[in-house]
Design a protein around this ligand. Sequence first.
Ligand SMILES: C[S@@+](CC[C@H](N)C(=O)[O-])C[C@H]1O[C@@H](n2cnc3c(N)ncnc32)[C@H](O)[C@@H]1O
Length: 417
Amino acid sequence: MAPKRKRASPVLEAERIVGKRVRGGAKEYLVKWQGCADAHNSWKLAEHVLDPELVAEFEARAAASDDARTDGDDGTVWPLSLARAERELAATLDRLIAALPADLRQPFAWRAAGLVATAEADARPPAVVAPRGAAAEELIEAIRQRLRTLVGPRAVAPDETFHFPAHLPDYAGYSAETVEHVDAFLYDEGELDELVDDGKLSRHYCGPNGPRDIRPLHLVSHSFSLPQLRLLFSKGALGDARGQTIVDVGSRLGAVLWAGAAYSSAARLVGVELSAHFARVQSRVVDSFRLGGRVQVVHADICDCAELLATADVVVLNNVFEFFHDRCAQAAIWARMRAMLGRRGTRLVTVPALSTSLANAGLDIVLDGWVRELPIAPPYPRQPSLEEATVAGSALHSEALAEQNEIFDQIHLYEVV
Ligand SMILES: C[S@@+](CC[C@H](N)C(=O)[O-])C[C@H]1O[C@@H](n2cnc3c(N)ncnc32)[C@H](O)[C@@H]1O
């Protein structure tokens, strides 16, 4: 990827169109500006939008009903497809059910308990064996493409709230204004550069001093990247997982489920997801790719899933609570997880280390007597760190190799003792 050109003095440029309305008989488009947060979007008369490609791209997207925003205010016109109407009705229903007192929610358990059928399901039997080699890579690539059209580059759900742990040194300065969500499963570094080059995503935001005060965004991914997932199902970590049950806590886009289906022989891959939106997205992929023989999606709070966790051979916990609950809620959830994850031999895959997540939640749970950490061998000879290379007088260290170590070093494997 060629290095980016730097602009000496930033000026406002339309990045894309995110809405349309009619005011006083005149058509207007809602413009997202390059390098500016959504809060700075503004309505422009159609004839003042100079780039016809942006208009054409918006109209095509709106007609396909993906990703176009529905503010629904004063005279806004939206092409609302049946699929979109169905999704919005389902989201409203889920919000109403969630707002009910717990004892009144029981009649709606059918919605919370399992797969949400979609019109894409067909009558063919679901796949029960893992594809191999090139077929596995093709499956993963096809799923990535499908997910990109379902969730867009940011992959953020309308029904979720983020809690940025800005009190932690690693996340100082993180806030809704300064963070951009970019999913590492959907976009690797090269593809991310392409998104930026194509003006679909920005690495910068407008500071408080206006359009010339442009600052770098913190890019955050909420999924494992493909190299991390390949490591997970390599000999050095979980291996083939033949016949095992793998539960991904907070399965979001389902990255662990798809990688497990493609790269392992696990018998059962279960994703538990709090967000109704993402549970539906995963269910659509399960149906589209007929993965229902091995993959199940459960829309639920993991705290209500003790029985499922008791059947798991492997439980995956990738940054699952950190960004999605305040510290008090995290402490309560981890205390519950400690109680539910007590079956000897169950393996836990965590990012970050368990001790880090527990400390971040303000908990003092002793790991000794609960779990022991197992080593994970990376799928290549481990490269020396800068310090190790310097001490040994070796020239082996490189930034790229250090980065490679880093993405694997984040993953920890434990066994319940
Ligand atoms: C960082 S994402 C993990 C993505 C995925 N496991 C992966 O590794 O690619 C965390 C997900 O956990 C979900 N989550 C948070 N708290 C949860 C809970 N109590 N029960 C179920 N899911 C939860 C969030 O909605 C979010 O989608």
